[in-house]
Design a protein around this ligand. Structure first.
Ligand code: CA
Length: 240
């Protein structure tokens, strides 16, 4: 009885995850990718999203990661205490794996997948660090048959944050010419509830994100609270 209840709960959880996978949902084939890693399975640890599990878990069958126009499978597992592995399967016997360094609480949590840079295909976001409020994300992308880390301009990982004294967020947007840009904003609260900080604009050039503009910004409490977290279509604002 207990086992069947757990199974039902996990099934419901996975169903919710798959239902939330948005990209190319209309193109989902009747059969999902079957090239499962050999130690596929779901165990009771999966009900704690931050605990991770040594077994591969299928997180999405709704997105095209390599950009070839077909749906791919996205899997995640905790390889060791501070290594989180992501795997993308494209079909029987085809796939690639990337090991990610996990620190600050060692989370290994699938955050989502979304078109992020300017190259065709979705990028994968994984929560690999979690402080009291700061969240570190590793972005993984498919390049030339491999999964590789997509670094932030100054760090291997991307951070978002939200506290009573600090707000940090990333917004995917387009410039006046229609080119994709990321706006990274980090502000702190002053003595009079006015918030100030820096907004940097990133462009994807030569296979990497580079800073193309930087300016000081000042804003109200309401404006500051609106900038924190991810503002990228298909990615949750924060990993909860
Ligand atoms: Ca594909």
């Amino acid at each position: 009885m207990k086992k069947s209840l757990i199974t039902l709960a996990l099934t419901a959880t996975m169903g919710a995850v798959l239902a939330q996978s948005p990209a190319l949902a209309s193109a989902v084939p009747a059969s999902v990718p079957t090239a499962a890693p050999t130690n596929l399975g779901v165990n009771a640890q999966a009900v704690n999203p931050y605990a991770g599990t040594a077994k591969w878990r299928l997180m999405s069958t709704a997105s095209d990661v390599d950009g070839d126009g077909t749906i791919d499978g996205i899997w995640i597992r905790r390889k060791s205490a501070n290594v989180c592995s992501v795997r993308v399967t494209r079909g029987p016997g085809q796939g690639a794996t990337k090991d990610l360094y996990s620190s600050f609480g060692n989370p290994c949590v699938f955050h989502g997948d979304a078109p992020f840079d300017t190259v065709r295909g979705s990028e994968i976001s994984v929560l690999t660090g979690l402080g009291a409020h700061t969240q570190w994300h590793s972005i993984v992308t498919w390049r030339d048959g491999r999964l590789v880390l997509e670094r932030a301009p100054r760090n291997p990982r991307w951070t978002v944050d939200s506290t009573v004294m600090m707000q940090e967020g990333i917004r995917r947007t387009r410039n006046a010419a229609g080119e994709i840009r990321l706006a990274h904003t980090a502000v702190t609260r002053g003595a009079t509830s006015r918030w100030s900080g820096v907004r940097s604009v990133y462009a994807y050039k030569g296979g990497t994100w580079v800073v193309t503009a930087k300016k000081s910004v000042a804003m109200t409490q309401a404006q500051a609270s609106a900038i924190s977290g991810w503002h990228v279509k298909f990615l949750p604002r924060f990993e909860r």
